[in-house]
Design a protein around this ligand. Sequence first.
Ligand SMILES: *[C@@H]1O[C@H](CO)[C@@H](O)[C@H](O)[C@H]1NC(C)=O
Ligand SMILES: [Zn+2]
Length: 439
Amino acid sequence: MPVVHTKRRRTRFGSPLSWLSQISLPILTIVLLLAFPHVSIQASTLGERSLEELSVQAVESLVSLRDSVKNIDPTDPSSHLSRILIPRPADSDNNTLVRNYIVSTLKALNWEVEEDIFTDDTPYGTKRFTNVIATKDPSASRRVILSAHFDSKYFSSFPQNQFVGATDSAFPCALMLDLAETLDPLLNARKERLEQGLEEDDEVADTTLQLVFFDGEEAFREWTATDSVYGARHLAEKWATTFIAPHTKRHLPTPSASEISTIEHLILLDLLGAPNPFIRSAFLDTAWLFDGLVAAERRLASSGAFAEDGIPNPDIRSFFIPRRAGEGNMNYVEDDHIPFLKRGVSILHVIATPFPRVWHTLSDDASALDLPTMRRWNLIFRVFFAEYLGLRPEVRSSREDRNTHSSRSHEELVRRFIDRRPNTGLTPRLTCVRRLGYG
Ligand SMILES: *[C@@H]1O[C@H](CO)[C@@H](O)[C@H](O)[C@H]1NC(C)=O
Ligand SMILES: [Zn+2]
């Protein structure tokens, strides 16, 4: 019995405003400002800048720094992904289990972890929610946020209540944990360089990485302004009204900065992990960040990181839809970023549109995920954040190290993936594995 989903959740500005694409950019901007009267410029954050491209060797080093499959392998019961991939609606025991797993993983890395606990009214009465916020360096003056929701959609009856939301958003959460573990030593090295006065750009080096795992993104019943994004609404409100006490360690742009004003950008992941996603740039002011993702993907492709046996594959179909002039701010999908957007936070929304076919059905389980696609996302974000944060992956001299990121051959990895897949009754996506490949 399929569950009926309205598409009301998704407000598409596309068709009614498509005539706008004919008109010049300033008019578009004005229309958007009218749509979001609270939007103001966050003068305290670093704005658009050119990201310093990592060298080919540095990209290779980042690819091999940590196994890019282990944490996101749904066939390994101890992977981060498997630990998250259980039914975990807000205010349930399984939701607490998953939250505790995320918290302990990040505490083990010595990140500062905050659990933001609150209650809110829902169509099923008062429920308890907890966002998880993990910060690499709480003394940094600014942060770039990578976020996703860790709750899964609530269904009242069996078997729908076994929904695990693999793309929505178990995989994005697993990616975030993998990224934290991979970049942690590089962030430590950057801090050391900063303290020793060896950082050329100490502004960039004073931006830390923060992960936010939102609770209660899903509507309990139907997506409305009050039955959705419970965690994001709470956190945006809290940070907008929390002012940072003058602090010797945290040098702030203005004496009375609110927590929310120290967010440089909020990057939100959702509905990722299925093969062949189409990702669009939703907001003009973060189009340069979108371009940064595209560039990271392109460089990884041409370095051979995605391809079989490390053969460069520059013709690979990008996950991203190229931007065209006059575009941007056209398609936006309601999600956890809305409460932040309304308060002027700069947003990069990385979401597959159209949504994966399995959206909000029981089929959004391990069988909906594609390992080469997930690995590619992992690598894209490694490179993107390394460039954004000015990290310097160690460049090894030996040419032989080039392929150490996979001691397993392609065939071996494919076989392993198929053999150990949970028995879903579905045919493995061999074609995709072949087409995209991984080295
Ligand atoms: C909790 O997760 C387990 C899998 O670890 C699952 O079997 C069980 O049905 C879940 N409980 C609920 C109430 O969804
Ligand atoms: Zn959902």
